[in-house]
Ligand binder design. Sequence first.
Ligand code: AMP
Length: 380
Amino acid sequence: MPFSKLGLSNDLVKTLAEQKYTQPYPIQQEAIPAILAGKDILGIAQTGSGKTASFVLPILQMFQDGVGSKNRHVRALVLVPTRELAIQVCDVVKVLSANLPNKVKSMAVYGGVSINPQMIELQGVEILVATPGRLLDLISNRAVSLSAIKILVLDEADKMLNLGFKEEMSKIFGLLPKNRQNLLFSATLSDDLNNINRNLLRNPVVVKVEEEVKNLDLIKQFAYLIAEEKKGPLLRYIIKSQKIKQVLIFASSVHRADAIALKLSQNGIDAFAIHSKKSQEARNEALNFFKDGKVKVLVATDLMARGIDIKFLPYVINYELPRSPKDYIHRIGRTGRAEASGEAISFISPEEEHHFKVIQKKMGKHVTQINGNEINLKGF
Ligand code: AMP
């Protein structure tokens, strides 16, 4: 079914064609008509499913009604867990509103940067994308009001709860007007989320998008069996011998991410670490440098990597395995996105071998294994 059959305006359909969105993704096909019909949505979907456009498009269409925003009363609130996701969602709003006759002002607000410029810029904003803490600060400074909210979107709600925003979220819910539309997107459903679902959503249309198995087939997976202390030299060997231009490396902790990035830099391979202990500026800079190809390697923790949307990422390396098979699939899914093929490489120390067997079993795929200990790593 083409986008033009989902009830979207010609202006939006034109933008989608310009953006080379040829077909709606499953979540878009189901959610867009339902949202346009005023329904609440419970979307079980991951990053990569196309969930952002599935809520941004109908909101933009509905906000062509000429009502606009008065006196800092935003009309749509998109709550997100991280600054990265806030910026990303706001970028999607800007791209998709390119051809609209009535401009819809949108803005991303998040903590870790000065609040004053945000307070000034909030004037006239219709779609506000916000992390919970900073939003509450802005509300207490009377820089924004939620009393005219028509649509609430909770994006990556599971991650928001995992990051400890439960209390902030409840406070925000208490400030919303009764009559509104609610869209909740989450990769998983926990008890807390079921509570939010019950208390917030009215007869939601449930849209469930499973992680596409088809995507996994596009990913070439390899595993190197390697002694823990040789992981560093092996990493440098692979990056240099395969002439890798862009790779996302997963580390198990903030400390490990820093150590891996530092060691790579000391060995002449430009690398940045991105994790929750870095300042906002450092995270933005690392991400932009990586996206622009100015730095080859980004070392990330699972939490940080989830919100990163980079098209056509050719390589993902698991320096250490994640604890759950689900996270493994999520990590390697960062490559082979949008129908592009990619390569996922895992380093398996003797202690991790059993765990890797479990992961392969859960995934239903056997991964080609290479004995890394036989590679001559001298000089790397
Ligand atoms: P999301 O799950 O919203 O983070 O989107 C994942 C990626 O898919 C983003 O890079 C989008 O630009 C892209 N995308 C979303 N919808 C479509 C579509 N219908 N056709 C092609 N690409 C899309």
